[in-house]
Design a protein. Structure first.
Length: 396
């Protein structure tokens, strides 16, 4: 039997994001490799990770936020894989990170489907990783014809007074914005702060301010009232891929991508975006009909028109002007969104999911899913199942 490899995992454990990265690493390691893992606590006094100078190991997976951090770890003379969301110049180690463009696209398309026309972004853009996320948000927003307001602030929890000052700044910014407005936040903790600031200011969430976070934190999402809507980040998948890269490096393989970006694939719905920000009664009526009937087999534009009497061309124009796509596309998106949820959160068979989501057969579900995600439903389930490592033999 091969001896255990000694691996250092230098990732902060205080956030849901960091814990999901570690979960993915351990899932891959426990399934395929013999590793002994050193999970380092973060030193709050200077923000770096503790690793004994005498440590003798075989590999490191770390958040390399600077060349200084990388050089310090390079002294150990072992392969390193970077899981930071910061693009550090001249960084020689393979990096696995979030696809920020896809995160922004999922968030903005979700909000556009709710009818929002005004948008904001809240995050500490003075930090490199947040700045990169916001730049991706700007590019996607521009491609969708969206303008947005920016609140760039770092939360300050050093004292009650500092936190109150920061919260008041958020309140002041929100009060300045025309309503309704949809706000995308850097992460779940900032999303919670924005919802709390709305409560302080007497602003209704989601009807006046809708909030969606760019990553998930189950604890904080559920601590919000209403529950925080969030893009389900790819932390577990990033951790798994990083572990597989490290194993290859330790086996002497060098032909690896210098950068791999992993795409999130769905939005986890909460009450913080559960509204329709449309001022057109016919459009609102059509959207509510889709809300109630999207999962029925045979739903189509003709059925919407029976419920909302108007010319088909007029309905198409209203949807394209308000949401950027047709009513038929809106129905397809609702079906796929529900299918994604069922694939991840249940053990239903593919045939059961097809029936629940209103597809006449699994073949139609497979075709629609493949077109939208480049994955089959079974491939998606294997990547995103909440029961990590549980394998199914679903019929393709």
């Amino acid at each position: 039997m091969k001896p255990l490899k000694q691996i250092a995992i230098l990732i902060e454990t205080s956030s849901g994001w960091g814990r999901r990265l570690i979960e993915g690493i351990l899932s891959e390691a426990n399934k395929h490799h013999r590793w002994h893992n050193w999970v380092s606590p973060e030193k709050p006094e200077h923000g770096s990770f503790f690793l004994p100078k005498s440590w003798e190991g075989d590999g490191i997976i770390a958040m390399l936020d600077s060349r200084k951090t990388a050089r310090r770890l390079e002294r150990y003379g072992v392969p390193i894989v970077d899981v930071s969301d910061i693009m550090v110049p001249d960084q020689p180690h393979p990096q696995v990170m979030t696809d920020h463009m896809e995160t922004a696209r999922l968030a903005l398309e979700h909000l556009l489907a709710k009818g929002f026309k005004r948008f904001g972004y809240v995050g500490a853009t003075m930090r490199p990783g947040v700045r990169e996320q916001h730049q991706a948000f700007r590019r996607v927003a521009r491609s969708l014809g969206i303008k947005h307001e920016l609140l760039s602030m770092q939360p300050d929890y050093s004292s009650l007074e500092s936190w109150q000052d920061w919260s008041q700044s958020v309140v002041d910014w929100l009060n300045e914005q025309p309503k309704p407005i949809a706000v995308v936040t850097w992460n779940a903790p900032i999303g919670r702060e924005v919802i709390d600031a709305c409560r302080m200011a007497g602003i209704l969430v989601p009807h006046e301010v809708a909030v969606i976070a760019s990553n998930t934190d189950d604890l904080l999402d559920n601590a919000c009232d209403p529950r925080l809507t969030a893009v389900e980040d790819a932390g577990i998948q990033i951790g798994k891929l990083a572990a597989s890269y490290l194993d290859k490096l330790m086996e002497g393989e060098t032909d690896l991508p210098s950068l791999a970006k992993v795409k999130p694939t769905r939005v986890i719905l909460g009450g913080s975006t559960d509204t329709l920000a449309v001022d057109d009664p016919q459009l609102e009526q059509a959207l509510r009909y889709i809300d109630e009937h999207a999962l029925e087999e045979g739903i189509n534009v003709s059925k919407i028109l029976k419920h909302v009497p108007m010319a088909r061309r007029a309905l198409e124009m209203k949807f394209n002007q308000a949401l950027g796509h047709s009513p038929g596309e809106e129905i397809r998106r609702r079906k796929l969104s529900k299918a994604k949820d069922l694939l991840v959160e249940t053990k239903h068979t593919m045939y059961e999911i097809a029936e629940i989501c209103g597809y006449s057969s699994y073949t139609y579900l497979h075709k629609a899913f493949k077109k939208a995600t480049d994955l089959s439903p079974s491939q998606y389930r294997r990547q995103w199942s909440l029961e990590q490592g549980h394998q199914r033999s679903d019929l393709e």
